[in-house]
Design a binder for this molecule. Structure first.
Ligand code: RNT
Ligand code: ZN
Length: 412
């Protein structure tokens, strides 16, 4: 089918395919650096792993240096239509020096910023509160020891400064997202004290105001993690309240809720209380397993909510998955394209007609329309988008992914 015929098929339903393509081209996806090297990072004094977020698998081709990671990223972005962002973690610094987490500075990340500028990429940032000896108890900002809390507060302050400077240099605000692994393996007798300590530490860390044109604070909750099964200090309720009271972004990670909860359903509730939202689009399988995202119902529901409720302008779409059993570049490319495909489908839906049917309690029409439009030629419109952006599709894409993976397999 030609693009013109597809366009006509959508026009029949009152949908403007050109407008959908124009809108899709404006939506940046923040691709996470940590899929490229299994969340290892480039610190010289390697800490412990920990935090319950280790990748599993040993597929050949893991990026071992910042240069290798940037090469893999350049290839991946060339297979993804549109202009996007890179989400960096503090442990991915690029320097000959050996700073501890409480010593990091902007210049340790300068090669990333120069590269991002050169590539036309926006950056996002995250302090790294895991994989470090001072996080071995799975307690950081809420640790009972003030010295350990202060160490992590200093790390968080420096991360915010670095993020703000990145945003200033790149002319695009950097979302600085805080996730801490803090929690308890077995049932604590006092859940209030650690939450009060986390609150005070966050306040100390984020006390200094920054220009929102340069840096945006975000906080990420979690339900549980490996080793912290009994209690997570930074729970959803904790951070929801924190974000509302302190005017930060709230990060919703799709793997951080009970598997039967629909994270897409949370967007419009949260949007009544916080100005901006950060998403970690992920695919939990039975638990927070961070599988590569598919074009499945959960991702499509997320995209539908963003479009139908007009939340795209105040939602930052970040990805959070890591699979070390497959080509890491293929994981990035397929996962990011799936997010875009879900958005495209949502942008191609006749929302006015659907909403009007729903408002009239005409649930029959709503059902008929949502089901019949599933047969529309979304693939043709997607292919047109990729063609216009000079990006491969189908068999050509598959061949390119295999070719690139073969070129990195010799890495040990
Ligand atoms: C952990 C959180 C967090 C991390 C990254 C690496 O459960 O999802 O976002 O995945 O910071
Ligand atoms: Zn996350």
């Amino acid at each position: 089918m030609s693009y013109d015929s597809a366009k006509a098929a959508f026009a029949d339903w009152g949908v403007d395919a050109e407008a959908a393509l124009a809108k899709l081209a404006e939506i940046p996806i923040s691709m996470h650096c940590w899929q490229g090297d299994d969340v290892v990072g480039f610190e010289k004094k390697s800490g412990s792993s920990g935090g319950g977020i280790q990748a599993t698998g040993n597929h050949p081709g893991r990026a071992r240096t910042p240069d290798e990671l940037r090469a893999d990223l350049e290839f991946s972005y060339s297979m993804i239509p549109g202009n996007h962002r890179l989400n960096l973690h503090a442990c991915y610094l690029d320097t000959d020096q050996n700073p501890d987490r409480d010593e990091i500075e902007f210049n340790h990340f300068a090669p990333w910023v120069d590269w991002a500028k050169d590539q036309g990429l926006g950056l996002d940032f995250n302090p790294t509160f895991f994989a470090h000896a001072k996080a071995d108890d799975n307690l950081t900002l809420s640790h009972p020891d003030a010295g350990i809390r202060d160490f992590w507060i200093e790390h968080g302050k420096r991360s915010r400064d670095i993020a703000a400077q990145m945003g200033r240099v790149l002319g695009s605000p950097v979302v600085n997202n805080v996730w801490v692994p803090d929690g308890y393996k077995d049932t604590p007798v006092d859940r209030f004290a650690p939450r009060k300590r986390l609150e005070l530490s966050l306040n100390a860390m984020m006390g200094m105001p920054h220009d929102k044109a340069q840096m945006l604070d975000a906080v990420e909750s979690k339900l549980f993690g490996i080793g912290v099964e009994a209690c997570t200090v930074g729970s959803h309720e904790f951070y929801m309240g924190y974000a509302i009271r302190n005017h930060t972004l709230l990060c919703l990670d799709m793997g951080h809720f009970h598997p039967t909860e629909n994270v897409a359903d949370k967007l419009t509730s949260v949007a009544l209380s916080v100005d901006e939202i950060l998403l970690h689009v992920s695919r939990p399988m039975r638990w927070d397993s961070d599988h590569v995202i598919l074009l499945d119902d959960k991702i499509m529901q997320m995209a539908q909510e963003l479009v139908s409720a007009d939340l795209l302008d105040r939602t930052h779409i970040g990805l959070d998955f890591f699979d070390a059993t497959i080509s890491r570049t293929a994981a990035w490319v397929i996962g990011t394209r799936n997010m875009q495909k879900a958005l495209l489908r949502a942008l191609l839906a006749p929302w006015e007609q659907l909403k009007s049917a729903e408002n009239q309690l005409n649930f029959t029409t709503r059902l008929v329309v949502t089901e019949e439009i599933k047969d529309l030629p979304y693939g043709v419109v997607w292919e047109e988008f990729c063609n216009r952006k000079s990006v491969a599709t189908g068999k050509t894409l598959a061949d390119e992914l295999v070719r690139y993976q073969a070129s990195v397999e010799a890495r040990s």
